[in-house]
Design a protein around this ligand. Structure first.
Ligand code: MN
Length: 605
């Protein structure tokens, strides 16, 4: 290790953010362990190995126990501090957890091997970091407070400096600048780092994605301005939506006062190993992970762009994606300029898409936007548009407190719910992160039925041919008297009585044209065989999607504005309200039905 105070210290992210950014978080533990001895010998400041989306990917796709991955890495990397990324009160899940869950999660992560916890909140609402930061300190580990970097009229240098100071007051051992989107430019970085280094006594770290091609330059300006800690990724998984390459940054500072002292030849050997590993996961590569300067134009992060492109494709509206990119900054302004990172990127992106697709801004408002406007995610960085807030939530009171204050302790309840399927507290925490998925995982593990997803070979049809994107729907169909379980992806376009769909049969995607039966097309106007809405009492949707829940039954009386259906479109749920009061005369949908705009779903008279 280099004892020089001006030396740049490197955190390599190849085992976490590198593969999360480039191959959809799919690297398996079996591909990490063989190279750990060499990684451990380098002398990195730290290796980022856990957290972010890796926990989800382990349980959902790889059928690995994420806690066991951490234990194996800890054992294989005895000399290097291990680092994780934690979403504050959301931990590694997708909701706010009660404080006792946060405390136990941090304690178990520390016991299993994490040394450095990078803790952030999507809104930079520090109340959502408090409990996690305290828990890290209580475990005796390094608490790194994070600033999510974004660009807006309210995100000034003064605001970031104030945030850094408050993080230090909370006990932060260091401050990380997290530029998840690649928004930082070299000169903006220089100014920001100089301001932070001048304001706090703890080290400042820079985590900058290379999406727009500027991160290496930004890191150099950061170092010149007094930053001594940078995140880089082994060159085999560097560049594009990942990070500047470790080898390049090590070479850049060689022979200067900032020399990292790391061995380039040893780093190259590690790169040779990971280049081979990357080939195995070729099916998960995407054109959206390449360098793309658009984020400097629209402030839309790369990952969000690819998600939106997929969602617009599902809606048969890819041609209007530019309108969505133009709408995103307006929605963001309406919502008080949240930084765009999980989950705010999905919330803003989907609402912007709805505003474009329905032809009227906020005609349809997702439940997530409502929750956001009720204060469910914490305090937005700036004031939200009150008119839109009232349109979304009516006279419901806005909760200005810390969201987790509404939550009662839940560890005991969770332990009881999962029962014998949990062999230890780690299992309870896995279940806490993903209730359905976690339970399935633990059940299959008990029954010896864990099967990791197949890695499609790059030459196989499912990897090489364009297949409709989206979550498949499973059906059982009978063909010539034999039953087949099939998965259908894509909406299919209705041409008269014919429906074109994509079937996956025995892993082979096939485009199939269905000839619909007579009774199916009777009265058909929309795609689902329902009549066209023509009266105020005809409840319909403005977006194609699925029915999540039918909230009323025939004979119920409903008031004007009452929610009668919950639909799901673009992975977000939306309530559909009755436009008139009256009695429910007929319900034409059930949970799980696919619906298209303009169809009569419920009749009220
Ligand atoms: Mn990152």
């Amino acid at each position: 290790m280099n004892a020089n105070a001006d030396a740049v210290k490197i955190s390599d992210v190849v085992l976490r953010d590198g593969h999360q950014s480039l191959i959809a978080t799919r690297m398996r533990t079996e591909d990490m362990l063989p190279i750990c001895a060499k990684l451990d010998a380098i002398g990195f400041h730290s290796l980022e190995v856990w957290g972010g989306a890796t926990f989800d990917a382990c349980v959902r796709f790889l059928k690995e126990d994420p806690w066991e991955r951490l234990q194996s890495l800890r054992e294989a990397l005895p000399n290097t501090p291990l680092q994780m990324l934690l979403r504050g009160q959301n931990l590694l899940g997708y909701r706010h957890y009660a404080d006792d869950v946060v405390e136990r999660f941090v304690a178990r992560s520390a016991d299993n091997g994490i040394d450095i916890f990078r803790v952030f909140d999507a809104l930079n609402d520090l109340r959502n970091l408090e409990t996690a930061m305290k828990a890290v300190k209580a475990s005796g580990k390094h608490a790194q407070g994070t600033i999510c970097y974004t660009v807006s009229p309210v995100h000034t240098l003064a605001m970031y400096v104030d945030q850094a100071k408050r993080l230090v007051d909370m006990g932060a051992d260091s401050i990380a600048i997290k530029d998840m989107a690649g928004l930082l430019t070299p000169y903006a970085t220089g100014e920001l780092v100089a301001a932070l280094v001048g304001a706090v006594d703890v080290p400042v770290h820079l985590h900058a994605h290379a999406t727009s091609g500027l991160a290496a330059l930004s890191q150099m300006k950061a170092v010149e301005a007094g930053c001594r800690y940078i995140d880089t990724c082994n060159s085999a998984f560097a560049g594009g939506t990942s990070h500047p390459s470790t080898e390049a940054m090590v070479a850049a500072f060689q022979g200067t006062p900032h020399d990292t002292g790391l061995d380039l030849v040893a780093l190259k050997e590690i790169g040779d190993y990971f280049r081979e590993v990357r080939k195995k996961y070729a099916a998960f590569e995407s054109e959206y992970t390449r360098e793309d300067v658009s984020v400097q134009i629209w402030q839309v992060p790369g990952g969000m762009m690819s998600n939106l492109a997929n969602q617009m494709k599902e809606q048969n509206a890819l041609g209007r994606i530019q309108d969505v990119f133009d709408e995103i900054p307006r929605v963001r302004a309406d919502l008080g300029y949240p930084p765009l990172v999980t989950p705010t990127s999905q919330i803003v992106g989907t609402q912007a898409a709805m505003n474009v697709l329905t032809g009227e801004r906020y005609k349809s408002i997702t439940n997530e936007v409502k929750r956001y406007l009720l204060g469910g995610y914490g305090q937005p960085p700036a004031a939200v548009d009150e008119e839109i807030r009232r349109k979304a939530i009516g006279n419901e009171p806005v909760d200005e407190g810390r969201p987790a204050d509404q939550l009662k302790p839940e560890m005991q309840r969770l332990a009881k719910e999962i029962g014998d399927l949990a062999e230890n507290e780690e299992d309870v925490l896995t279940f806490a992160m993903f209730p359905d998925l976690g339970r399935d995982y633990l059940k299959n593990r008990r029954d010896g039925k864990l099967v990791p997803e197949a890695i499609p070979a790059p030459s196989s049809p499912s990897a090489g041919r364009p297949v409709a994107e989206g979550v498949p729907t499973e059906f059982v169909i009978d063909v010539h008297g034999e039953s087949y379980e099939v998965q259908i992806t894509g909406v299919g376009s209705g041409q008269g009585s014919k429906r074109r769909v994509y079937l996956t049969l025995d892993g082979m995607p096939e485009e199939v044209v269905f000839e619909a039966k007579d009774e199916f097309v009777k009265e058909t106007k929309g795609g689902g065989g329902r009549a066209s809405a023509s009266e105020p009492g005809h409840v319909s949707t403005s977006m194609p999607g699925n029915i999540v829940e039918v909230l009323v039954a025939e004979g119920d009386s409903v008031k004007e504005g009452q929610a009668v259906l919950i639909t799901e479109a673009m992975k977000m749920e939306t309530e559909v309200q009755a436009r008139v009061g009256g009695t429910v005369k007929a319900v034409h949908v059930a949970k799980g039905d696919r619906v298209t705009p303009g169809e009569v779903l419920i009749e009220i008279a």
